[in-house]
Write a protein that binds this ligand. Structure first.
Ligand SMILES: [Zn+2]
Length: 281
């Protein structure tokens, strides 16, 4: 069984690197690039994801992204995000990297997330480079000015086509991939840069590759374990297995004793998860 195998690989690894993509956030109502519906039409996404369009049509650009930013602000983390946050509590060194710009791993209280493509929850100023939480609708109505310098050059803090990844973040991602013992690709078909490169880099340095994605990926043949399934179902099952095997020590004098668990240190993760589950039912 692949779930057992992946759980054992995680249990045996000190350093785990995880790269997540759109499939992880789909259950939170964030459409993937491939979905062709609602506001996120393929045409609009392609047009307004380019740095050229920002120069050519700053107002249209601003309106397009402002609508998406309001959707993202109210989106909630799903069990897949919570499971990855939990993995950070169970193993000594888990680096989470994501191609997603929705901030949902942070809403699940994951820490040190490397957001390769930035975040729609932030804006930045094209003039003074200040970075701040994305402007609310009132500020937008007043002309979306930078709170630091007042310039009308505010834009989402995301990487557009034609722009480079933040060097500091991409170097940290390469480092995490190189030093990982297990590299997990989750919710991505690994065709968008830099997913495939990071996974191959990890494999070249001896990491075991694990893939969890709804559909087959071009890297499946390199993987030590592959699950084609929903991330929001699969990840919690893997983490649950790790917890049930690691969390209980049987002693002769007592029927069982719970080890000081991650839950005690981070009650809010479980609280958030149960809130999510109760909303879902
Ligand atoms: Zn500014």
């Amino acid at each position: 069984m692949q779930v057992e195998k992946i759980s054992a690989l995680f249990d045996a690894a000190e350093r785990i690197a995880v790269l997540s993509g759109a499939g992880l956030s789909k259950a939170s109502g964030i459409p993937t690039y491939r979905d062709n519906g609602g506001l996120w039409t393929q045409e609009g996404i392609i047009r307004f994801s380019s740095a050229a369009e920002l120069k050519k049509n700053p107002e249209g650009f601003r309106d397009f992204w402002a609508a998406r930013q309001s959707e993202i602000k109210v989106a909630q983390a799903n069990p897949g995000h919570f499971a990855l946050a939990r993995l950070q509590l169970l193993r000594p060194a888990v680096t989470l990297m994501t191609q997603n710009v929705d901030g949902l791993l942070m809403k699940a209280e994951a820490t040190g997330v490397l957001e390769l493509h930035g975040s729609l929850l932030r804006d930045r100023c094209g003039s003074c480079r200040a970075v701040f939480p994305s402007l609310d609708e009132a500020s937008l109505a007043q002309g979306s000015r930078c709170p630091s310098c007042g310039a009308a050059t505010v834009r989402p803090d995301v990487v557009l086509f034609g722009e480079n990844l933040d060097a500091r973040i991409s170097n940290a991602a390469k480092q995490a991939a190189k030093s990982s013992e297990v590299f997990l690709l989750v919710g991505t078909s690994a065709v968008v840069y830099p997913a495939a490169d990071l996974a191959k880099l990890a494999v070249a340095q001896g990491a075991k590759l694990v893939i969890i994605n709804l559909e087959p990926t071009p890297l499946d043949h390199l993987a030590a374990a592959v699950i084609h399934g929903r991330t929001e179902d699969t990840l919690p099952r893997i983490i649950e297995l790790m917890t049930s095997e690691a969390g209980i020590v049987r002693l002769p004098s007592e029927p069982h004793r719970q080890l000081p668990s991650a839950d005690a240190a981070q009650p809010s993760v479980l609280a958030s998860l149960s809130r999510w589950l109760s909303r879902r039912n």
